[in-house]
Design a binder for this molecule. Structure first.
Ligand code: MSP
Length: 528
């Protein structure tokens, strides 16, 4: 199969823009934020390999009561507090090898300009009015709660150790109720707008209860943008934060106007988010955009929650998994691989250290790394240390599996089934190990069956290369190390588009000098 023609200029390529949520900066990033960001990074890298111009957006949500209070508790100004925590996010993204293009901070003055521009459209549309707001507010969620979402001890169901607070104040409201019909049409006509389907059903049943207007201003809160038409109020943190996705689209030299932000990358192709913030993204956000007369994003994908050893993670339980510690101990590729291979994206998943170590060792150190190592040794021993000129027979079982990998892995990434893309690549490596054992090239070499030896070694080296290529979005550094051993000078942390033809079986050039075998993935050990 020939490689697709890839236009050289980034501006000619199809675009793909995707976002993580903009994370609250009340604390350093937790493993939940790392999880979404790893997935976004892998997906962005996949689309790059496919020849798209990609914009991977992450960022931080810095306004609101939660941040204001945390800063006060730490004896810092809100801005100084935010700057400090944001530096922590940047550090983690670097350690996890996240290739993001934009880090959208809601305290950026350019964001203020975008919020004002957007606000004006909604205001002019007549969708904002002043009224009395009474209700229970969860500061940790930054959201008013219905009675049915409050536990017996007056906490919200997500933050079971943080009591909700009673509010009775004048707020400005957004006329969400006006968009009931438009949103029903959206979710009916575009059934894939919210994925997976279980989350879409949740949205449908929420809409069935009838959409209520929601307040988009706060009083007695300084840490936020002043409400443009009434500076006694500040803009509600969610109204401000969702627009951070738009601000992120500005090029560095652009004047911060809505028109500039929307000119190249809008509508965003995909928002990734966790299940707790579904309503904001599937209902409030599209309604805000409809009000401002803007096209809607192409879709959302909602992932599940992570637990540790089967238990919900929480500060009070003292079992919060620290992503910094994890990556320090095991390295970025290992952490990325575990979360994407072991947990089906969209479902809840668990972290367990023993499982972590076992899976990494079995998959990456043994099945993939060892296979490469032993085959390279043979290529040096039985040949001249170059890719052997092996004629793989047309009915070869390993090649047959390899020929199917491209389509399966591509489909898996496109549908965010990262675990399946990894499994497919690993199946090829596992089959390669079995293939070597069964065909025993060491015996054939003794029998002077040199053409057969060459064919076997070629097939296995090519299987390892192809598996590495399709694992590159998940473990880019490991894939690069495998490629270097195979004699390529391709660095998956640098590539802008996939090298032509490498997505398919047969790209390993005969005669290419192979490197001296070195372990590409160090075995991990359990602490005790
Ligand atoms: N600031 C808002 C998002 C605004 S987007 C315009 C916010 N921030 S957050 O930092 O609290 O959460 C960010 C993400 O982390 C959410 O997608 C949430 O689902 C996710 N997670 C929080 N705890 C999690 C786990 N235990 N497991 C997996 N994801 C989790 O919400």
């Amino acid at each position: 199969m020939t490689a697709p023609d890839i236009p050289a200029k980034a501006s000619d390529r199809p675009t793909f823009a995707l976002t993580t949520p903009l994370y609250y900066v009340n604390a350093l990033p937790h493993v939940g934020s790392a999880y979404t960001t790893i997935a976004a990074d892998a997906l962005g890298r996949f689309h790059r390999l496919e020849g798209k111009a990609v914009l991977t957006i992450t960022g931080t949500d810095e306004h609101g009561q939660k941040i204001e209070r945390t800063a006060a508790e730490r004896g810092k100004s809100p801005q100084a507090h935010c700057d400090e925590i944001v530096a922590g996010f940047e550090r983690l993204w670097q350690q996890l090898n996240i290739r993001y293009d934009r880090l959208s901070r809601t305290t950026d003055p350019r964001h203020h300009a975008i919020v004002q521009d957007f606000f004006k459209r909604v205001w002019d549309k007549g969708d904002i009015y002043l009224a009395q707001q009474q209700g229970w507010y969860c500061v940790a969620c930054e959201e008013f709660k219905e009675e049915r979402d409050i536990t017996d001890d007056r906490c919200c169901t997500t933050h079971t150790n943080k009591p909700v607070e009673w509010r009775d104040e004048e707020n400005y409201f957004f006329r969400l109720s006006h968009y009931q019909e438009a949103l029903e049409t959206l979710h009916r006509d575009r059934p894939n707008f919210v994925q997976p389907p279980s989350r879409r059903n949740e949205v449908l049943s929420f809409m069935d209860q009838g959409l209520q207007d929601f307040s988009i201003s706060r009083v007695n809160l300084d840490w936020g943008f002043p409400f443009p038409t009434d500076p006694k109020h500040t803009i509600y943190v969610w109204f401000d934060a969702l627009l951070g996705y738009v601000t992120a689209l500005l090029d560095p030299d652009d004047e911060p106007t809505l028109d500039n932000a929307l000119k190249r990358w809008w509508p965003i192709n995909l928002h990734l988010l966790g299940k707790d913030i579904l309503r904001f993204h599937a209902i409030y956000w599209p309604a805000m955009l409809l009000s401002a007369g803007l096209p809607l994003p192409q879709g959302l994908f909602v992932h599940g929650f992570l637990t540790q050893d089967g238990q919900k993670m929480g500060k009070s339980l003292g079992n919060v998994l620290d992503p910094f510690a994890l990556v320090d101990r095991f390295g970025a590729d290992a952490v990325r691989y575990y979360f994407l291979k072991e947990i089906e994206f969209g479902r809840d998943g668990d972290f367990n250290e023993t499982r972590f170590v076992n899976i990494l060792n079995a998959d990456l150190a043994n099945d993939l790394g060892n296979l490469l190592n032993r085959t390279l040794r043979m290529a040096h021993k039985y040949g001249d240390g170059t890719v052997p000129n092996g004629q793989v027979p047309p009915d070869d079982a390993l090649m047959a599996l390899g020929l199917g990998l491209g389509d399966r892995a591509r489909h898996s990434y496109r549908t965010l089934a990262f675990h399946d893309a990894c499994t497919a690549a690993l199946e090829l490596a596992r089959t390669g190990n079995k293939y070597l054992d069964e065909r025993a090239p060491w015996t054939l070499f003794k029998q002077k069956e040199l053409a057969a030896v060459d064919a076997i070694l070629y097939a296995v080296l090519e299987a390892v290369r192809l598996a590495a290529y399709w694992l590159a979005p998940v473990v880019p550094t490991l894939s690069g190390a495998i490629y270097r051993q195979l004699g390529f000078s391709i660095d998956f942390n640098e590539v802008e588009v996939g090298p032509p033809g490498h997505d398919q079986w047969g790209a390993l050039p005969v005669g290419q000098a192979l490197a001296e075998p070195q372990p590409v993935f160090r075995k991990l050990e359990l602490e005790n």
